[in-house]
Structure formats: C-alpha cells, structure tokens
Design a binder for this molecule. Structure first.
Ligand code: GDP
Ligand code: MG
Length: 780
C-alpha cells in the first residue's frame, strides 16, 4: 500500500520511495528512506497535505507525493533499549584530556590571519540566535523554516581576528531550494577556516544527517548541540565524550537562547580553526553491513576520482558520495571523461544490485545507519517533551479540521483590528498631538524671529505637514510588524502554510508562498526577499509578482487620509475593503499567470513543522527597533527630500520666480503631461498626478504631497467618487522604488520594468471600473 492510504495515528515502515530528481533526493535527505518507521499525525483541514512523524520530527507532505511512497503497515515499534545508560559524564575542557587539542603541538595559522567560520545547521536549529549571541548583533530570528534568506557576517565578541557567517538552514549538502545553494556554495567555494555545525539536540537524528556530510568537507568542524535547556528539562542526556569519539570532532553542549556553553564553544572553535584540526573520522560506511557493498563502491570511486578532486580542490569523500548520488553539479565540476563516468556507473550498478537499494537511498541509508549507532551509544532521548505535547494540543485547534480556517481568519482580523483601531491608533493619536504641538510652537518661534516668509512656509506647510503626517504612522506600522513577528516567531505561520496549501495550489502556488504574502502586508521589500526560501523557481517568480498586491503598511497613511476627508465613520469598512480588494486582485492575476506565463504544476510541499515556542522578547524588540529605524530613516531621507522638492517646484514657476498661484508652477507643468492619461479615471487634476508620482519614491509621499498641494482643502476639489478611484489606484499601482529595486535584484531588469508597467495598467483599469460603477449608481 502507499502512504496516502495510511490513516491518522497508524504507523508503517517505508518499503520504497518513488519519484525522481531533486524532490526524491530531498525526501531521502529528510529521512524518508526504506526501512524508516513513520506515523501519520493528521491531514490538513482540506484533506491535503498530510503531516507525518519520522525520526522524531514532523513533516508535511502532499498526497501526490505520499502516493509514491510504498509502505507496509506496522505496529508502533517499542523504544529499543538504549546502549547508553544515561549517566552524566563530565566533559573535559579545552586541552584538559588532550583528546582533541594536544597542548603546545600543532602548526597554528600565522598571527593576523582572519579565522573565517561558517555557521551551518538545519533550519530552526537556532543558527541566528547563536550568531546574535556570538557577535552581539541583532539579526531577525524566526520560528519558520527559512527566515534567514541571505548570509550575514560578524565578528565573535572578544575575538577581532574572527569572521563568522550565518548561512541559511540546510538539511543536506544536496541543495533543494535557492537559499540552500547559497549555503553549500559557501562551504565548498569560499573554504571557511572552520565550520560551526549547530545541531538541534531535541531533534538529533535528522540534524546529524547534515553533520555526517559536513565531516566529509575536509574542513575543521565543531559540533554545537543546541537547545540543551529543552533537552535536559525533559530528561534527555547526551554523552558528549562518546559522541566526540564517534564523530571525531569536538562536541559542545550549548543553549543559544539562554547563552549557556557559548564560551566553551568559542574556545573550541577558535582553536580548531587556528590549528586547522580536521575531523578525525570521515569513513562512516560500515564494512560489515550488507556485505560491504556500499563501503566498497565508495572506496572504489574515491580512488577513481582522486586526481580530479585534488586538482579541482574538492573534498574527496564528499565528491565520491555525490558522484554516486548522481549530483550533476559535482560530476561536471570534477571534469570526468566519458570512460571514467562509465566505469563508475558499473560500480554503482553493482552496488545497487548487491545492496538491493538504489544509489541515493543506499547513501542516505548509510548515513542514517551510522547516526543510529551514534544515538544508540551516546544519547538518552528525552521523554516526549513538554514543548511537543503542548504543540500537539495547540495544533488540535489551530490546524483542526473545523477550527483551522475560522481561527486563522479570527487571528488575522484581531491583528488588524488591534493595529488599526486600538493599540496603533491610540499611539498614533498621542504622536500626532506631539507633532502638532511642536509644529505650532515652531510656527510661533519663526513668526517671532521674523523669518523670511518663503522659508517659514517651507518649514511649516512643507516639512511639518508633509513629513509630520507620514511620521504619525510610525506606531501603526510598528504595531503591525509586532503582530506579524509574533505570529512568525511562535511557529504559527508554518501552520498557516500547512492549512492553506490546498487553497494556494488552486491558484498554482504552494502553502509556502503564504509567508511572503503575509509579510507583504508589512512591507514588500522583505516579502520579496523571503521568497528565496521557496524551492521552485516558478513558484518564487510567481510569488514575487503577487506580493505587491498585498496592501503594504506604507499605503495606510493614504487610506487614512482619504477616509477621514471623504468617508468619516466608515473607515474600518473601507480599509478592510481595500485590503480584500488587493487580495482578490492578486488571486485574479494569479489565475491569469497560471493560464499563461506560469503553466505547469505546483511544487511539492515538504516542510518541517517546528514546535511552538514563546517568541523571545529581546528578538521581537530588536525587530521592532529595526523597523522603526528603517521607517524613520525613510521619513527623514526620501520623504523629507521629496517634500522639499515638491514644495519648491510648487512655489516657483518656469522662470524660477516665486509664484503665489501654484497653477503656474513648474510642478503643474510637469504633471500636466501625465494628466491626460488620468482623465478617464477622474484623476486628471495635476495635483493628484504629482502626488502619485511622488508615491513612487515612497507610498507615504502621496499623502505628504497632497497636504502641500491641496493646502488641506482636498475635499472641495475631489468628489467622493474620485477619492474612491484614487484609493483603488493607490492600492494597485506600481510598488515603491525600494520594492521595485528588490524585485529587480531577484528577477532582473526586465521583470522589474514589467511589474511597474503592468501594475499601473491594472490599477488604471480597476480605477476605471470603480468610476464607471459609481457613475452607473448615479454617484459622482
Ligand atoms: P535558525 O532558523 O537556525 O536561524 O533558527 P533561529 O535562530 O531563528 O531559532 C529558531 C527558534 O529556536 C527560535 O524560536 C528561537 O527562539 C529558538 N531557540 C534558539 N536557540 C534556543 C535554545 O537554546 N533553547 C530554546 N529553548 N530555544 C531556542
Ligand atoms: Mg536563521
């Protein structure tokens, strides 16, 4: 039978894994190998995907993939008696027992050479937390697979001679998504002096799979067993000395979140890097297993490729295993000739025959077999952890069949309500009062000091009303990011992806795309960057093109400005409507893309569901501070300059004389060129056109510009219908310059230009529809 037919709470043993290519390799790397035992946890509310437990962690899988996995139903295996008594043993300090770091021997790197470290580990193993802890910097930490999307560098505190790089999480050295390639290439090509391999001790079997492959890189490695606080609290014990012996590298117990064990880790890391102490063991293929078939083939291939690997500076054993797995990048990188490739094919075929497994499965199995041995001898697993039990309880509601979607809607509703009506709005009120008070006292000061009238105007009507109106949105934006980061940090967004996968598949995407889209409600720039976690290029492109339709927080000032001027009392309704309109337009556009540019099937959805964790106050605070700082920087750079330029252009005519009537100003002339296009949608007024142009710099500028140009009497110039058309246009037209730049970085020049033109066209059409409907209803 196949995995698809297995019912919740039933266990089975995998017999074979079908499919091919990168996905199959990924499934194997995640531990779905023949002989592994798994249990079905549940199905998503809409019946697809499913969640299974394997090697002690949880994984989502679509039914289509589950269908390719042949299983044999089995009773849940009783926990085997462990070969480790669980007795705690002291871990000798650096150099104490002389096991790894013989004192006074070795051949240190010259003084002054920078010790470069790569921080490598699975997703959610705590890399970023450790990085922040080591460097004292404040990168964003999240409890969603793939929050680190780019590498970040820093120096270890107190060690100016070091440089440590935080890399995106990977599960194996066979890259599956574009960010995983970043990590692999870093280790392979940039040759760090040492690797700090962070291992989630509560999930040790899956994490050690990567460790096995890192040990083959011929680079010094120190293993940091993280989350020890959680492990020990649940009765787990690890025999570090035994583990060191089995892995051949120093192992240090740490808790990145609690800051425990960090000093010891640093001393080992610096030491192995300085003395270039490479792993003592690389050979994990057991000669005695399966008649030695796997062992023999690996060693045969090692001999065959040795000269190539040396010439290309590729770690030998790593290269041999990748050749067996059929990794195209490595095979072409080695520059093997036809004959050699054929010889190796024979060796591998022979191995497959003897072993009774195909090449990829045989390699994965070899690694997991060794891991099993390590765990058996060195790990006393914790009882089902409190965190796990708690997660399962929470999941019963948050991903329950009938509760999941209502709860999602309720949570998002609550977030927006609290942001816009309660907390954010209240703080905004306070800030506005402050700004007004400052403006009027400055006004009095300037009057008393008899400052030049033009300058006075610039400061009060230009800068204060323009920048001030934008600035007052700081609290709302920070509040929105606060809630989004709580959702992300706690692990909830990963569940949303699980629940929503089937819906998103209808528009041709996978559940993973929900993350960038939710971030898009905050700001398109990080949302576009977050798409790098998507494993398929097609999904990534399509998600990038759709995120700008999610109304970003910079558009809020526009909504608020018009709502208070034209639709007082109905603000909540209209703003919600605009958010929904953005989503609906995104869905329609997605259907269009799916039928045209992005044909083909949605990618598989294989994702780990992390335990729910309390978001750390420090992390959240750091994130908020960063967002606030970004926003303030924008307000006082782009928006301030735009405001001043607009004010000058508005007050001077083409002959550079001060004019009282802004109709004659330079600004009116420039905008007059664009106005004809906007006449059909009822937005032909030059002041509106100018504001929209300024909005391309930063969406908030639409409001600051209007404040200057309309001098607070917008209501007398615009009809409510035009205001509605303008709101819709602002919602949909080109993303701001920063967002376009990030789209360009991800997709290239052509796409960025098309996004700008295409969204303007969509916005224009939508505004026209609004206007036509309004006129039909007799408004306007
Ligand atoms: P990354 O994906 O590997 O960069 O992982 P992060 O640093 O973003 O951390 C993932 C989650 O694990 C976050 O919710 C952290 O708060 C949490 N975490 C990290 N280190 C520890 C630790 O030592 N103990 C516990 N209990 N939680 C931790
Ligand atoms: Mg990270």
């Amino acid at each position: 039978m196949t995995l698809r037919e297995l019912e919740p709470d039933k266990s089975a043993v995998i017999e074979s894994v079908g499919g091919d290519g990168a996905l199959r390799q990924h499934l194997l790397d995640m531990g779905m190998i023949p002989g592994a035992e798994l249990t079905v946890m549940k199905y998503a509310p809409m019946g697809d995907p499913m969640e299974i437990k394997i090697h002690g962690y949880e994984l989502t899988l679509r039914l289509a993939e589950a269908e390719q996995i042949v299983i044999r139903e089995a009773e849940k295996k009783q926990e085997k008696e462990s070969g480790f008594s669980g007795k705690h043993e002291a871990h000798p300090g650096l150099g104490e027992s002389g096991k790894f770091h013989p004192k006074g021997s070795g051949d240190p790197l010259p003084e002054g050479e920078i010790l470069t470290f790569a921080l490598v580990g699975n997703q959610n193993s705590g890399k970023t937390t450790l990085f922040n802890c080591l460097t004292g910097s404040n990168q964003h930490v999240g409890n969603f697979p793939g929050v680190t999307v780019d590498r970040k560098d820093g120096r270890i505190k107190g060690h100016p001679e070091t440089l440590i790089t935080d890399l995106p999480g990977i599960y194996s050295m066979s890259p599956y998504s574009s960010e995983e390639i970043v990590s692999r290439n870093f280790v392979l090509n940039e040759k760090p002096k040492a690797i700090i391999n962070i291992v989630d001790a509560t999930n040790i079997e899956r994490n050690l799979y990567l460790t096995m492959q890192l040990l083959e890189m011929d680079i010094p490695v120190v293993v940091a067993l993280n989350m020890m606080d959680e492990l020990t609290a649940n009765g787990g014990v690890i025999n570090v000395n035994m583990m060191e012996k089995l892995l051949g590298v120093p192992v240090v117990l740490i808790s990145a979140a609690k800051g425990a064990g960090i000093e010891e880790l640093v001393s080992h890391a610096v030491h192995i890097a300085r003395y270039q102490e490479k792993p003592l063991k690389q050979d994990f293929c057991d000669e005695s297993l399966y008649g030695g078939s796997v062992h023999r083939s690996i060693h045969a291939i090692i001999h065959l490729i040795q000269d190539h690997a040396v010439e290309k500076k590729m770690p030998l054993r790593f290269a041999a295993e990748k050749v067996i797995e059929g990794d195209e990048l490595v095979i072409s990188g080695l520059g093997l000739d036809r004959n050699e490739i054929e010889t190796m094919e024979h060796i591998v075929l022979q191995m497959e025959k003897e072993r009774g497994l195909d090449r990829s499965a045989a390699m994965a199995d070899m690694r997991f077999a060794y891991i099993e041995k390590v765990c058996d001898l060195a790990v006393k697993k914790p009882k089902e952890s409190r965190e796990r039990i708690r997660s399962e309880k929470i999941d019963r509601i948050l991903t329950g069949k009938y509760t999941a979607i209502p709860v999602f809607i309720a949570i998002m509703g609550l977030v927006f309500w609290l942001t816009f009506n309660v907390i954010g709005a209240w703080l905004q009120g306070l800030l506005e009062m402050g700004i007004d008070a400052l403006a009027s006292s400055t006004d009095r000061m300037l009057t008393n000091a008899n400052v030049n009238e033009a300058l006075h105007g610039l400061i009060i009507d230009g800068i204060f009303s323009g920048v001030g109106s934008v600035l007052s949105f700081l609290p709302i934006i920070v509040t929105l990011f606060f809630f989004l980061s709580l959702l992300e940090d706690s692990g909830y967004i990963a569940r949303v992806a699980f629940v929503m996968d089937k819906l998103l598949r209808k528009i041709g995407l996978s559940g993973r795309s929900i993350v960038p889209m939710l971030i898009g409600f905050g700001c398109t720039v990080p949302a576009v960057m977050a798409t790098r976690t998507l494993p398929s290029e097609r999904d990534r492109r399509m998600t990038i093109l759709l995120t700008p339709f999610m109304s970003c927080s910079a558009k809020l000032p526009i909504y608020a400005f018009f709502v208070s001027a034209f639709f007082p009392g109905r603000g909540w309704l209209i703003i919600t409507g605009l958010y929904l309109l953005g989503i609906v337009t995104g869905i329609l556009v997605a259907f269009l893309y799916r039928g045209t540019m992005f044909k083909g099937a949605a990618v598989p959805f294989v994702m780990e569901l992390p335990n729910y964790r309390m978001p750390g106050i420090k992390n959240v605070a750091q994130l908020l501070w960063e967002k606030a700082r970004d926003f303030l920087q924008r307000a006082f750079s782009v928006i301030l300059i735009a405001t001043i330029v607009v004010w000058l252009l508005k007050n001077f005519d083409l002959h550079l004389n001060l004019t009282a009537d802004s109709q004659n100003s330079i600004l009116a002339v420039i905008s007059g060129l664009i106005a004809p296009i906007m006449v059909p949608v009822g937005l032909g007024d030059w002041r509106i056109c100018t504001s929209l142009i300024c909005g391309i710099l930063a969406k908030e500028s639409v409001v600051s510009t209007m404040k200057i140009l309309f001098e607070n009497n917008a209501a007398s110039v615009l009809s409510p219908l035009s205001a509605a058309a303008l709101l819709v246009f602002s919602l949909l037209y080109t993303p701001c310059i920063a967002a376009v730049a990030s789209i360009r970085r991800e997709l290239g020049h052509k796409w960025a230009v098309s996004v700008v033109l295409w969204q303007c066209a969509v916005a224009w059409m939508a505004a026209l529809i609004v206007r036509l409907i309004g006129m039909l209803l007799g408004l306007g």
